[in-house]
Design a protein. Structure first.
Length: 421
C-alpha cells in the first residue's frame, strides 16, 4: 500500500526580550505540527524587541524563509504566534506559499480530534470566529487547502470555509452554532444538576496536554474494577477533547465522580478557550482538582503556570487542589512520595495510584461519620442500602434488630439518625 506523502513545513519564531521559554515553545510548535502529520523541514528564528507589524519577522528574514522554503521543497510555513490579517496577507504575497500561524495549527488539531457533536461545534465556532476578521488574508491559503493536511479546514461543514463565503454567511453560521451550543450547554447543566442531586463529590483532572490525565483516570477505574469504562489514552498532544465523567466506587463503598477535560497548551487560542468554556467549567464545580503535571519535562513549572492562568480565565478559583507530579520514573525522582499537597507518582506503571486514591478520600469524604445503628428486622431494605452505599465496619444481631457500625456520608447520617444506637 502506497504511503501518503506528509506535508513539510518551515517553522518560524520570534524571540522577544526576556522570553525564557522560547526554545520550549519552538519545540512544542514542532510537536503540534507532528500531531497532524506535518514534518518539520527547517526552523528559522529571529531575536526582536517586538514582532514586526507588517511581516512578523524583518524583511531580510522573510527572504531567508523563502529561500529555505524553496531549498527544502516545503509545502507551508508555520509561525509561532497568532498573525494579524495584514501579516497573513503580506507574508502570503512575499512567500507565495501557504501560511499558517500557531492558532490555525491548534485549531486544525482540534478539528481532527473532535469526535462528539459538542466538540465539533466548539471547534467549528472557534475556527469561524478566528477566520471572520481574516477573510481577505486567508483567501490564498483557503484556495490551496482543498484536501491537504496543512489547513485542517476540510470537509467539515462549518470547518470547510470556501472562498465565496462572505462575512454575512459566516456571521449567520456563528449565530447558528452558538444556538446549538446553548442547547447542548443546557443539557450539560441538566446532567450536572442530576449528578449534584446524587450528592457524590466531584474530582476533576486538569493539566497541560499529554501530562497523563487519561492514564490516571484509567488506573483509578482499574482499581475500582471498571476496566470496561476506560478512556482513550495516547502519548500525543490533545489525544482527547471530550469531557469524560466516570463514577468511581471504591472497596469501602465510598463513591465519587471523576471528570477529565481537554488539556492546556501555551498560547491556547482565546476563541478556543471561549468555545470550550462550558466543557472546561466542569472543573469549576469540582470538590477537588487533581492538577496533573509531567514532572519529567524541564519546563513543567511553566506548564503549571499556563494551566493555572487558563483556569483563572474560565473562573476556576478557590477549589482545593492536589498537585500530582506524574512521570516521576522519567524524572529521576523518588515515588510514590506525598508532601504538602504534592504527590509524586508514575501512573503508567500504576505506582502511586493507591496513595492518590487515599489522598482523594481524605479530602472529599471529610464529612463522613462513623455511627452505630440498630435497624429493625422488618426494615431490611435499609440494611441492604447500607451494605451497598456505606462502609460497614461491623454487623451484629440482637433481639430488636441488626446492629451495624458504619461509616457513611453526613447526608445519610442525618437521614438515618432515628436508628442511632
Amino acid at each position: 500500500m502506497e504511503q501518503l506523502k506528509r506535508d513539510k513545513a518551515i517553522l518560524v519564531g520570534v524571540q522577544k526580550q526576556l522570553d525564557h521559554h522560547f526554545d520550549y515553545e519552538m519545540e512544542e510548535l514542532e510537536n503540534l505540527a507532528a500531531a497532524i502529520d506535518i514534518e518539520t523541514a527547517g526552523i528559522v528564528t529571529q531575536n526582536l524587541e517586538r514582532i514586526h507589524a507588517g511581516t512578523y519577522v524583518g524583511t531580510g528574514k522573510v527572504e531567508e524563509i523563502r529561500l529555505l522554503f524553496e531549498a527544502m521543497e516545503a509545502d507551508l510555513v508555520i509561525f509561532n504566534d497568532e498573525l494579524s490579517p495584514s501579516q497573513i496577507r503580506n507574508l502570503e504575497a512575499a512567500l507565495e506559499c501557504e501560511v499558517m500561524d500557531r492558532t490555525m495549527l491548534i485549531l486544525a488539531i482540534f478539528s481532527r480530534r473532535a469526535k462528539t457533536r459538542e466538540a465539533k461545534l466548539q471547534v467549528d465556532l472557534a475556527q469561524l470566529q478566528y477566520m471572520l476578521p481574516r477573510l481577505v488574508g486567508l483567501r490564498a491559503s483557503l484556495s490551496r487547502q482543498g484536501g491537504g493536511t496543512g489547513g485542517g479546514f476540510k470537509n467539515r461543514g462549518a470547518g470547510e470555509t470556501k472562498l465565496e463565503l462572505d462575512r454575512r454567511k459566516i456571521e449567520d453560521q456563528i449565530s447558528r452554532i452558538k444556538r446549538e451550543l446553548e442547547t447542548v450547554k443546557s443539557q450539560r447543566d441538566t446532567q450536572r444538576k442530576r449528578r449534584q442531586k446524587q450528592g457524590l463529590p466531584v474530582v476533576s483532572l486538569v493539566g497541560y496536554t499529554n501530562a497523563g490525565k487519561s492514564t490516571i483516570m484509567n488506573q483509578i477505574m482499574q482499581v475500582a474494577g471498571k476496566e470496561q469504562k476506560q478512556v482513550f489514552e495516547k502519548d500525543m498532544l490533545f489525544a482527547t477533547l471530550e469531557t469524560s465523567v466516570r463514577q468511581v466506587k471504591l472497596e469501602d463503598q465510598k463513591q465519587f465522580l471523576l471528570t477529565d477535560t481537554v488539556g492546556f497548551v501555551s498560547k491556547l487560542p482565546t476563541h478556543l478557550v471561549k468555545a470550550f468554556r462550558s466543557t472546561l467549567e466542569e472543573a469549576r464545580d469540582a470538590d477537588l482538582l487533581l492538577h496533573v503535571v509531567d514532572v519529567s519535562n524541564e519546563e513543567y513549572r511553566y506548564m503549571m503556570d499556563i494551566t493555572n492562568k487558563t483556569l483563572d480565565q474560565i473562573g476556576v478559583e478557590d477549589v482545593p487542589t492536589l498537585y500530582v507530579f506524574n512521570k516521576s520514573d522519567k524524572a529521576d525522582r523518588d515515588y510514590p512520595v506525598y508532601q504538602d499537597d504534592q504527590l509524586w507518582i508514575a501512573a503508567k506503571e500504576g505506582a502511586g495510584i493507591p496513595e492518590l486514591i487515599d489522598q482523594i478520600k481524605d479530602r472529599v469524604f471529610q464529612d463522613y461519620q462513623t455511627l452505630m445503628l440498630r435497624i429493625p428486622f422488618e426494615q431490611g431494605e435499609i440494611v441492604d442500602y447500607l451494605n451497598t452505599h456505606a462502609n460497614v465496619l461491623e454487623t451484629e444481631y440482637d433481639d430488636q434488630g441488626t446492629l451495624m457500625t458504619v461509616e457513611l456520608s453526613a447526608k445519610d447520617a442525618a437521614r438515618l439518625s432515628s436508628y442511632l444506637h
